[in-house]
Design a protein around this ligand. Structure first.
Ligand code: ATP
Length: 303
């Protein structure tokens, strides 16, 4: 069952088209990573899901409700962490969470939620004195109030140190395990790769790609790089490598020849054989494309 259904969503601000005919669905229980460079339209899409902005055309349905017409029903079942979460400087972290619990008429234990984000020790300090990362941890705790069926997290990693990032991953995994759907945007690709079932990559308001990380890598066909440690980078070696089936690019730097290829065993063997035949081969390393590589391929127009 789809929890989020975005259908040809377009949002214009004057001459700027922030989102351009975006269609996307997110299934129940999925952890869905929403990626894209600055200004790609991620926040605008999230805002349309929660009726913080009205589409110029197209529609968004969440839990089958129209996000604009039935926003109350959508927000009731959602936990939100939006950009620029406004903390009340005079209230403590504990009071923020308590306030959210009262507003949602939930029965969570504030300390347990603060524990999950690693903020218990600072629970009784005023949020006005919190660091950026501490405010972010508090905002994550607030989003968890009421065991929402859908968590919408806009750039949840912002300001988090490595421990905070680990806790965020644990929170996302635990929420998915209890059956919640998690939709989050991020620039921290390792974070996305670690937890997302599927990702979408947005560029200029348009959907560039959607799928599992591995699937997107494979679709690009340049998912694997064989790095050859060679005694000499000859033109002959380059020529031998370039013509091989499954090889998409060959480049050299500092005694290493990087061969971008499709990652099939047969292709890798042919690459190693060609290097051996050229008489310059010493050693090799195989590097799988990181999500970073996938991201730049799609967002810098090389895909
Ligand atoms: P970032 O990663 O930098 O947060 P984003 O992918 O979330 O970027 P959006 O904030 O959705 O991108 O912005 C998409 C485009 O829409 C940008 O060109 C932005 O300047 C424009 N935009 C967004 N909100 C408004 C607004 N209220 N008024 C005018 N233009 C806007």
């Amino acid at each position: 069952m789809s929890v989020i259904e975005i259908d040809r969503l377009t949002k214009r601000y004057g001459d700027v088209t922030a989102v351009d005919g975006l269609s996307l669905s997110v299934e129940s229980g999925e952890v869905f990573g929403f990626l894209g460079p600055n200004g790609a339209g991620k926040s605008t899409t999230i805002n349309a899901m929660l009726d913080f902005t009205t589409p110029s055309s197209g529609s968004v349905r969440v839990f089958g409700h129209d996000a604009h017409e039935e926003s109350v029903a959508v927000r009731r079942r959602s936990g939100l962490l939006l950009e620029g979460y406004g903390a009340y400087p005079r209230l403590t972290g504990h009071e923020h969470v308590e306030h959210a619990i009262a507003t949602k008429d939930a029965d969570d234990d504030p300390l347990e939620l603060l524990e999950r984000v690693g903020l218990v020790e600072a629970a009784d300090r005023r949020a006005g004195g919190y660091s950026k990362g501490m405010r972010q941890r508090m905002a994550i705790a607030v989003a968890l109030v009421g065991r929402p069926d859908l968590l919408v997290l806009d750039e949840p990693s912002t300001g988090l140190d490595p421990n905070g990032a680990r806790r965020l991953r644990e929170v996302v995994t635990a929420e998915a395990d209890r059956g919640a759907t998690v939709f989050f945007s991020s620039h921290i690709l390792e974070q996305v790769e670690a937890v997302a079932d599927r990702i979408a990559i947005l560029r200029g308001g348009e959907l560039e790609a959607v799928g599992g990380v591995r699937e997107l890598r494979e679709r690009l066909g340049t998912g694997t790089t064989v790095e050859l440690d060679v005694t000499n980078t000859t033109d002959e070696l380059h020529d031998r490598l370039r013509v091989l089936d499954g090889v998409s690019d060959v480049s050299s730097r500092n005694g290493t020849v990087a061969v971008a290829c499709d990652g099939r065993g047969e292709t890798k063997r042919k690459v190693l054989n060609a290097a051996a035949d050229a008489g310059v081969y010493r050693d090799f390393t195989v590097r799988e494309a990181s999500l970073d590589d996938v991201f730049s391929q799609y967002t810098e127009g090389k895909a």
